[in-house]
Write a protein that binds this ligand. Structure first.
Ligand code: WTA
Length: 646
């Protein structure tokens, strides 16, 4: 509530500039018309699907909605790689840059639509040669190299859903995801670069594949050139196979509801959910929103800094951007390598016009000092975006002033892995922005703030964010778990989607997203479940019990704090702390490492045995009064946890 109050005090309003509005893809009038049309979402999205995509067979019905199961664009046939590549390669865009790639060491590659067309077809043939058929799953575990985008598009060409596993996840996480999806092939690389040093990926694949019966083959891109073991009969090199492959592979004519990809994301249990997206609805959603919200034009050099391993990279580094025939920049490495100005250097050298990043990155740059962006010519920029977590007004204002030179609209875009594309956002020529607010729903998207019973909450009170109508990019399910899909997203209210975020609206109807209200933490814009980290901790032989909570952090938004009870006789000290960090890294990946581990002989529990997380959160934040402790079993625990007895 304190957050809500402080945000409510934010009164600054920024109006779209007339210069920007004059040239925008969607001006005020278009937006007004689309909002009106969007009151009938099916009709609106059907129009967008026809306008923005190429179909082999037109659809006969926009939406078939049997809650909570939706089918969009029924009867339509299309292919994502055709929409993202062929139709541009067959036009004047043939020699236009599709991907501008920059490796961390400073090497660069520019891939035109014509080249991308050949590479995608070749890799589609490589996959076919390895026995991948329509419907088979392919796992991609790669660094940010162009081959990742090529592999994704090749999968879509033959109708093999991909499951991308972020390169920062451990071998165990990869193994679990491969097994859950039953993937047939893994595409990887020998490694990538991070902070100037090569890190290895293929050995993780080898480790994972000791227990993945579905995997028949692996393909490895040579990126770092580090010595890499290859297992005969299973492992092949990307360059060997591509050298032999034909550059002709017709795009499969796929049903609009054909599975496009699975992407695992954290939920409230220890087991990540495989979020399933399908072809026609997803592509309509990301293509339309990219064009309208980023005002994407042929002259633009668009850069989204997200790793393709997350949904932002899927939707707004690759699919939504290439479908519009735009130029997308891909950067391999760390934002601050070799110096704190790497991002600004990239913007200046390539003449980036649209820049989409996360509040965590912005806060990091604020701390590093204004001299770094100020030392570069950023005048090519014309629009800025933010995604992944609430942006605090101070960071918004800095972004506007120091990066945007007060002339770039900022689009603060709210959405999720599950929503596929952007849902709540300013439209840069038509919506006044307020720092910290994602403003209003995109046309054709319907949201509300509801209470537990499903009644609408009156402004400015807080409640649960809810999406009240189906939308084309919505998840179609959780891979292999219909029940969990229903329970997680559709059981709180009738026929209404529950995203798991708290929010409120102001008197102008603007949405202010307050963050997760479930046991999911948002660390540097990445979702991590408290339960996942807890399961990882308790799987260590020296741990009896663990509870994990999030604490607000100035840079990463949330920091992970773990309360751990060691087994009897185990010494709770620095050695155990280090061992646990290594253990979590092995079980999940370095992104899930707690920032703070506190050892305790008991965890605060209610009389019915439930761990009192709210209390732990208060303690982690160092709050003086620690909320309601009336149900606490043993009050002395609180004093112990705060360290008052040491
Ligand atoms: C949070 C990332 C406030 C939110 C695209 C959501 C945001 C979760 C914003 C999804 C925003 C994302 N303002 N919060 N503009 N964007 N979030 O699945 O809590 O990695 O539920 O998708 O990030 O994270 P995910």
């Amino acid at each position: 509530m304190a957050d809500i109050e402080s945000l409510l005090k934010e009164k600054r309003v920024f109006k779209p500039s007339p210069e920007f509005a004059r040239q925008a893809n969607w001006n005020k009038k278009t937006v007004r018309e689309h909002r009106k049309a969007g009151e009938k979402p099916e009709r609106f999205w059907a129009r967008m699907a026809k306008e923005n995509l190429s179909w082999f067979t037109p659809f006969t019905k926009a939406l078939d909605w049997k809650p909570p199961f939706a089918k969009w664009f029924v009867g339509g046939k299309l292919n994502v790689s055709y929409n993202c590549v062929d139709r541009h390669a067959e036009s004047w865009r043939k020699n236009k840059a599709a991907i501008i790639w920059e490796g961390e060491p400073g090497d660069t590659r520019t891939i035109t639509y014509g080249e991308l067309h050949r590479e995608v077809q070749k890799f589609a043939n490589v996959l076919k040669g390895l026995g991948v058929k329509k419907g088979d799953r392919v796992a991609l575990y790669m660094p940010m190299v162009p081959e990742l985008a090529i592999a994704m598009l090749a999968c879509t060409r033959i109708g093999a859903p991909h499951s991308i596993v972020f390169g920062g996840f451990s071998a165990d996480s990869l193994r679990d995801r491969i097994n859950d999806a039953g993937a047939k092939v893994v595409v990887t690389a020998d490694g990538g670069y991070r902070r100037g040093v090569p890190f290895a990926l293929k050995p993780m694949v080898d480790e994972a594949c000791q227990a993945t019966p579905s995997i028949a083959a692996t393909v490895t891109v040579k990126r770092t050139g580090e010595p890499t073991e290859m297992k005969a009969g299973r492992d092949v090199w990307w360059h060997d196979e591509m050298g032999k492959a034909s550059a002709k592979c017709a795009p499969a004519r796929l049903d609009a509801e054909h599975p496009l990809f699975i992407l695992y994301t954290s939920g409230t249990t220890g087991k990540p959910k495989g979020i399933l997206h399908t072809t026609g609805g997803y592509l309509t959603h990301v293509t339309t929103t990219a064009r309208a919200i980023f005002d994407l034009k042929d002259e633009d050099v668009y850069w989204c800094t997200a790793d393709i391993g997350w949904i932002t990279g899927h939707s707004y580094v690759v699919y939504g951007i290439l479908a519009n025939g735009a130029t997308t920049v891909m950067y391999e490495g760390t934002p601050t390598y070799p110096g704190p100005d790497r991002f600004w250097d990239i913007i200046e050298r390539w003449g980036v016009t649209i820049f989409y990043t996360a509040p965590t990155a912005i806060r990091t740059f604020i701390r590093l000092g204004d001299e770094h962006p100020k030392g570069h010519d950023l005048s090519s920029l014309r629009l800025l975006g933010s995604v992944g977590e609430p942006i605090n007004p101070e960071a918004w204002i800095w972004y506007n002033k120091i990066i945007g030179n007060r002339k770039c609209p900022i689009v603060d875009t709210w959405w999720q892995t599950e929503t596929g594309g952007i849902m709540i956002t300013p439209l840069p020529a038509a919506v006044d922005t307020k720092p910290g607010s994602a403003t209003k729903t995109f046309p054709g998207i319907h949201a509300a703030i509801l209470d537990e019973e499903g009644s609408e909450v009156k402004p400015p009170d807080g409640g649960f964010l809810a999406i009240t109508r189906p939308w084309p990019g919505m998840l179609r399910g959780i891979w292999g778990d219909k029940q969990r899909y229903k329970e997680t997203y559709w059981s709180k209210w009738k026929d209404t989607y529950f995203p798991g975020d708290g929010a409120h609206r102001d008197k102008d109807g603007y949405f202010w997203i307050m963050g997760r209200i479930d046991d999911v933490m948002n660390v540097s814009g990445h979702r991590i479940g408290t339960m996942e980290v807890e399961s990882a901790l308790v799987s260590h032989p020296d741990v009896a019990e663990a509870a994990v909570v999030g604490r607000p952090d100035e840079i990463t938004g949330t920091a992970i704090v773990a309360f751990v009870t060691p087994r009897g006789g185990v010494d709770a000290g620095e050695t155990l702390g280090k061992a646990l960090l290594a253990h979590v890294t092995k079980e999940i990946g370095a992104i899930a490492k707690p920032k703070d581990i506190r050892f305790t002989d008991v965890l605060p529990k209610t009389r019915s045995g439930k761990i009192m997380r709210r209390l732990l959160r208060d303690i982690a934040e160092g709050k003086e009064s620690v909320g309601d402790t009336t149900t606490l079993e043993d009050y002395s625990v609180v004093a112990k946890l705060r360290g008052e007895e040491e």
